[in-house]
Design a protein around this ligand. Structure first.
Ligand code: SF4
Length: 437
């Protein structure tokens, strides 16, 4: 059937239920009629570039299941496309709905195209990183047109969403120079845009040429993920004037993208104390009129290098419960090194736990079903049924099998062995003798 609309939001505004919306509604246990107005209003997005042939679409919105993004890509230390592709597919198997390709070495296009032809997850990129790599020129020699051309290339390659640091301006330079921030700018893309502005003396090209960027995104149905260059990089910088002023600008840019029927997500903090997370979510929701919030963490303490998948999962759970729609995973290697395969695994599982815990608290339809099945399997001491419900069955099974209980209590686990409360209660309630000794 010929497509009569440019983007998912335009279709929704025309009252058209796209095939992607139908898939999303089925996955979310919701009706198309319920989701169509939310898509039309921009409160949910379906990032699905028209050239991403292998996509299994997902919706992103505070009222939907919380989605998880995993950052991967080719780097100087990991150049093998096939190894990186295996990591991508493993991430998808573990439940990641999105892969951000942050490739930073060599010719990045073949890997990006491979992702868009083979990977079913949403694919995101940060074109400003790739600009330096693509042109192999110093940052200060790149022009605004160069940046726009890279966005167009990513859109044509099939990328579903692009992170663009449109919200910082020349005013931000003064704020940072004269301000009291402990960690200045910690966003990699944000720091490149900031450096480009200071070196060239020009305005942020992603802000100045935003309307041209919107047209590129409209043509290919690329969702704009408005990056938070000023996300706090430590608790001391949380919710400061730089962060909030940028968020106000992101709200204004959201309106401009929506006016051209282009889907928008907003990226958010960062490092935030637990007591400020809910307020941050509400401020974003108000300033950005309900556009889905994509949060990087938030990390709730600065002092746990090696365990930042946990600090981020705590913050991510609170953020998602308070309205965030999309969590960017954080690995134990955050702040320390490029994550290895184990770090990627631990980061995904931590984010999935945070997302799932929030979905239960939010009352997302069907979110608790798996937990209820797990409770039944535990009560029955049915270990095979437990593996079916576990987020990470391989790890769970390996732990149990490495420390099995005594032979005549093999239906229990070695945690309590013959004092297994579940076993004792099952026997007591069915009138059987409890053979502890
Ligand atoms: S032994 Fe203890 S921890 Fe293990 S299943 Fe029984 S009650 Fe649960």
């Amino acid at each position: 059937m010929t497509r009569t609309y440019s983007t998912q939001i335009e279709a929704a505004r025309m009252g058209i239920a796209t095939p992607e919306l139908e898939i999303v509604a089925a996955k979310e246990n919701r009706s198309v009629d319920e989701l169509l107005p939310l898509l039309a209003e921009g409160k949910m997005v379906i990032p699905a570039n028209i050239h991403h042939t292998s996509i299994d679409p997902n919706g992103v919105g505070g009222m939907l299941r919380t989605k998880v993004n995993v950052n991967l890509g080719i780097s100087r230390d990991c150049k093998d496309y096939n190894i990186e592709m295996k990591k991508v597919m493993r991430a998808v198997e573990l439940g990641a709905e999105s892969i951000m390709d942050l490739s930073s070495h060599g010719d990045t296009q073949p890997f990006r195209r491979k992702l868009c032809t083979e990977c079913p997850a949403m694919i995101g990129t940060v074109p400003v990183y790739d600009s330096v790599i693509h042109y192999q020129r110093d940052l200060n020699t790149l022009t605004a047109q160069d940046f726009l051309d890279v966005i167009r290339m990513h859109a044509e390659d099939g990328v579903d969403f692009v992170t663009l640091h449109c919200g910082i301006t020349r005013k931000t330079i003064e704020q940072i120079k004269n301000g009291t921030r402990e960690m200045n700018i910690v966003s990699r893309g944000g720091s490149l845009v900031f450096a480009w502005m200071t070196m060239t003396g020009e305005e942020n090209p992603f802000y100045e040429y935003f309307d041209e960027i919107v047209e590129i995104c409209r043509e290919h149905d690329v969702t704009i993920s408005l990056g938070d260059a000023c996300r706090p990089g430590c608790l001391a910088d949380a919710t400061d004037n730089c962060q909030i002023e940028e968020l106000i600008r992101l709200g204004e840019l959201t309106d401009r993208a929506w006016a051209r029927d282009v889907q928008v997500m907003i990226e958010g903090p960062g490092h935030v104390p637990m007591d400020q997370i809910e307020a941050n979510m509400k401020v974003q929701e108000t300033l950005c009129k309900g556009a889905p919030f994509y949060v990087l963490g938030p990390l709730v303490t600065d002092i746990a290098p090696g365990y930042d998948h946990i600090t981020a999962a705590i913050g991510g759970a609170i953020a998602a419960w308070s309205g965030a729609a999309f969590l960017c995973y954080v690995t134990p290697a955050e702040h320390l090194a490029l994550p290895n395969v184990d770090d990627v695994h631990d980061g995904i599982i931590a984010s999935k736990i945070a997302a799932h815990a929030a979905d239960i608290a939010k009352g997302i339809p069907g979110a608790r079903d798996q937990d209820d099945r797990m409770a039944k399997a535990r009560r029955a001491l049915d270990w095979d049924a437990q593996w079916l419900e576990a987020l990470d069955p391989e790890t769970a099974k390996a732990i149990r099998e490495s420390r099995m209980p005594e032979e005549d209590h093999s239906d229990t686990c070695s945690m309590c062995g013959k004092f297994c409360a579940v076993r004792s209660m099952n026997k007591a309630l069915s009138g059987e003798v409890i053979d502890i000794l």
